[in-house]
Structures are given as C-alpha cells and as structure tokens.
Design a binder for this molecule. Structure first.
Ligand SMILES: Nc1ncnc2c1ncn2[C@@H]1O[C@H](COP(=O)(O)OP(=O)(O)O)[C@@H](O)[C@H]1O
Ligand SMILES: [Mg+2]
Length: 304
C-alpha cells in the first residue's frame, strides 16, 4: 500500500485493561471483576482500528516501549490491518498502560501509566514524515509534536481534542481542516458550557468560521453537533443502553474521517461519525466494533 493513499493516525498506543465491577470498591474493600478485557488501546490505536474496520487504509504513528507488551500490541495492530511501520519503539521505556474500572452505571475511572517517553516528540514526527491522504492528530500528545504533524501533513488534517492554550493553538488550528472535541474539550476551547444543542451549534459555528476550518464537531450534554461551511447537524443520543462511552469519540472521529477521505459530503461524514459513536457505547472498552458500518464497495462497470 502506498503511504500516500493511507490515513496516518498520530497518537497514543497503549495496553488497555478494562475491569467491570458492580461498584467501585471503597477503602479496604475488594470486589470481584465481572469482566476483564485486555486489548490494544490508546486513542491512536483505537482510531486506527476503527478506520481499518471501516475499510480505510491506515498507518499509525505512536510510541511503544521495548518490552514484550509492545511486541504483542504491534502484532495485534498488524492483525487489525494497520500499517505499524511508523510506530516508534523507544529503548528503555515501558509501553503505556491504561486501567479502566467500569461500574454497572457506565461510570469509568482510568488509572494511566503513560510515562513521558511514550509520548511523541517533535523529532519522532519529523523522522516519520511521509505523504498521507489524511492525517488525524490527537491533541493529547505534546503540542510541539502535534504542530509538526499537522504542518508536514500533505492531505486532509483532522484534529481531535482540545488544543492547549500554550502559544501553538492558533498554528495547530490554522493547519487543521476538521476539529472534533468532546463536551469537556469544547468547553475548554470555547470557554463556554455547551449545555444544549443551540449553544453547541453556535460555538461550533464560531470556531469553524474564526479558524477557517472546513468542519467542527462538538459533543454536548446529550449529543453531538456538527458545523461546516453551509450546514450543520444536531444528533441527539438515542436511548440504547450505555455500557461505556470510552472510545466513542475516537470512533466518531474515525467515522467522520472515513467518509471525508472518500470524498463524501460533510452531512454523510457526520452521519457515519454519529453511527460509529453509537456503536461504541454499547460495549465495554474503547476498542471499536464497526465492521457492520463498512460501506459495501459498489463495483463500477464501464457503461457504453
Ligand atoms: N448514549 C450515547 N449514545 C451515543 N453516543 C454517546 C452516548 N453517550 C455519549 N456518547 C458520545 O460519546 C462520545 C465520547 O467522546 P469522547 O469523550 O471524546 O470519548 P473518547 O475520547 O473516549 O473516545 C461523544 O461523542 C458523545 O456524544
Ligand atoms: Mg475523545
């Protein structure tokens, strides 16, 4: 696969350990795990898995350590159809670990072991420079690395998260075409609480216009909104059971991206994003399950 045809996801790779409990134990209490899941995780890997499941050629740029966990995670990513050749294996570093305690009410608590060396540096990004049809960068990575990634991008640029206000924010937004933020991140970015769809659409529209982004997607309390040049869409959450929201935003970002790289319009992109998020909240863990949303390729036959 030619790198120029791939989506390059720039973000975190980690081992995910999800423990489902009826209730999180208090001090000096022990509870049994009702379910235990150990998966390839981290937001970067989850987005890359989602794109692969949606039929989009994808490569991943993130950092793992030089331990056996890294071997296992990279093998799993390859099995998922992800090109892991850009992944950095950092000597003397342990691969990141995210433990999620998930209770029966869908409330999660994460304990993260993400030592500094498992974050991307500007040099990591510069050394991995390659053409890509689209770059998806996670704003949870250090902003110098994110800025390098979006500056060297050759195609569509999608960013996910809240850009920290550290002097690089405007440059990152200026290089991005699409921004996606959950409710908390959108609040950090806009300084407003997005409590209802009207406020959320207005905030997304303001950011879209002010930063000349092609599309902005914000979560709000109760749904997700999308604003693009010439249109907007409000999606309210359905009433299906929510087991775990972890990874739903990553699935949403991947769904959006999958349609945009196919040349679909923003409305179709938003719709696939919403469907991908909804398909992710029904199960524990951030690993997406989106193969049912993969578009059937229509065979084109020449017509005379
Ligand atoms: N009941 C629900 N149905 C569908 N989507 C939901 C529901 N509850 C939350 N979501 C969506 O889950 C997503 C969570 O996003 P985010 O916090 O970025 O997750 P992560 O970073 O773990 O992927 C949001 O887009 C939110 O709208
Ligand atoms: Mg998110």
């Amino acid at each position: 696969m030619d790198a120029a045809d791939q989506v390059l996801v720039v973000g975190q790779v980690a081992r995910d350990l999800v423990l489902r409990v009826d209730e999180v134990p208090g001090e000096r209490e022990a509870v049994p795990a009702r379910q235990r899941l150990e998966m390839l995780g981290g937001k970067g890997a989850n987005q890359a898995v989602a794109l692969a499941q949606l039929g989009v050629p994808v490569a991943l740029l993130g950092v793992v350590g030089d331990d056996a966990v890294a071997d296992d995670l990279l093998a799993r990513a390859r099995d998922d159809g992800i090109d892991v050749s850009p992944v950095v294996r950092r000597a003397g570093t342990r691969t990141g670990l995210i433990v999620s305690l998930l209770d029966s009410g869908g409330r999660w608590r994460y304990v993260e072991d993400l030592p500094g060396p498992v974050l991307l540096t500007e040099d990591d990004v510069l050394l991995a420079a390659r053409p890509a049809r689209c770059t998806v960068a996670q704003l949870q990575q250090p902003s110098a690395a994110v800025l390098a990634a979006v500056r060297q991008a050759t195609g569509l640029v999608v960013v996910d998260g809240a850009p920290p206000d550290d002097g690089r924010r405007d440059a990152i937004l200026a290089a991005a075409h699409v921004l996606r933020a959950d409710a908390r991140e959108a609040g950090m970015l806009t300084g407003a609480e997005l409590a209802d769809p009207e406020t959320a659409v207005r905030a997304a529209r303001d950011v879209q216009r002010t930063h000349d982004l092609a599309m902005v997607a914000f979560g709000y309390d109760g749904g997700d909104v999308f604003a693009w040049r010439g249109g907007s869409l409000v999606a309210t959450h359905g009433d299906a059971e929510v087991v775990d929201t972890t990874g739903a935003g990553d699935a949403l970002t991947a769904g959006l991206t999958a349609e945009l790289v196919r040349g679909s319009d923003p409305q179709q992109a938003a719709e696939l994003g919403v469907a991908a998020a909804a398909a992710t909240v029904g199960h524990a863990g951030g690993r997406p399950r989106l193969t049912h949303l993969r578009r059937k390729e229509t065979t084109r036959r020449g017509t005379r």
